[in-house]
Design a protein around this ligand. Sequence first.
Ligand code: ATP
Ligand code: MG
Length: 323
Amino acid sequence: MRVLSGIQPSGSLHLGNYFGMMKRMVEYQENNELFCFLVNYHALTSVFDAELLRRQTFEAACDFLALGLDPEKSVFWVQSDVQEVTELTWLLSNVTGMGLLERSHSYKDKTAKGIPASHGLFAYPVLMAADILLYGAEKVPVGKDQKQHLEIARDIAIRFNNTYGETFVVPEPDIEESVATVPGIDGQKMSKSYGNAIEIFAGEKEMREKVMKIKTDSTPVDQPKPVEGNVLYELYSLFLDEKEREKLKERFLTPGLKYGEVKKELFGVIWEYFAPYRKERERLVKDRQYVVDTLREGARKARQVAAVYLERARRNVGLDYWN
Ligand code: ATP
Ligand code: MG
C-alpha cells in the first residue's frame, strides 16, 4: 500500500504531530511504501520570515529522522524540491468548486487566529490535494483536523477523473480515533501556530514550564477529578497503555489528587519517553550535510513518481497540443 503524509515546517513539531501522524508514519514504513515530506510551500501561508522557514525545515527533517523515519525504507523529501506539485495545483484548481473551499474549517480557524486571509491560505487544500494525487497515494495518515482536507482531495480527484478520464488514485484518510485531536495546553487543538504546543524536543526547562501551564479545572483537592475533557488526563493518557490508563483514571476519580503533582510526573514521563530520540537528534543537527543529502535523494525518488502522474494529467487535460 502506498502511504503518504506531510507536515508543515511552520514551527517546532509537537505531541499532536507525533501521536496524530509521525509515530504512525514510522510504524507504517515497515510494511508499506511510505512517502513522507515537509510541506514548506504550505508553511508559506503562515511563516513570513525566510531564515525561520529554513531553520524550521531543517529541524523538522532532523526531528523525523531522529524519531525513526528511515530514508532507506521510505521516500523522505522537502515539498518544494519537487516543483511539479505547483503545476498540478493549477490543473486541479479548475475542477475545484469555490463552495468546497469556502466551507473549509481550517481556513476559518486560522484566519480567526490572526493568520492572514491570503489566497494561498484559501487554496491550501488544493495544494494538499496535488501533494496526495501527484504520488498516487492510497492512504493518508492524519489527525482529525485534516479530515475535511482529505475529503476535499477526494472530491477533487473524483471530479478530475470524471471530467478528463481516469487519472488519479482516490485517496483514503487514515485517522486513529484515540489520538485524533491532541489538545494543547489551553485545551484547544494543539497547533504549531497557536502557541499552545508541547514541543517534542523542547529544552528541559521550557518543556517543564509548558507542562506546568496545562489548563486544569478548579475542582477542590478533596473531590474526585473529571477525566472527560480533562486536558491533563488526555495528555498523560497518550503515553500509557490501556491498563495504565485505567489506573490513571482511578487516581483521578479518587479524592486527594493534586494536579500540580500529576503535572510534575507527566513532565518526567514525556522527558524520558523522548530521551533516546533526543540524543539521535543532537547528532543529526550537527551532521547538516547528511540531512541535506538525504532530503535531496528523497526528492530525486519522489520526482520519478511525480513525473508519471503529472505527465498523465497534462495529457488528459489537453496541454499536449502537439498531438
Ligand atoms: P499549523 O498550526 O501550522 O497548521 P499543525 O500543528 O496543525 O501546524 P500540521 O503541519 O498542520 O501541524 O499538521 C501535520 C500533521 O499533524 C497532520 O497530519 C495533522 O493532522 C497532525 N496534527 C496536527 N495537530 C494535531 C493534533 N493536535 N492532534 C492530532 N494530530 C495533529
Ligand atoms: Mg495544521
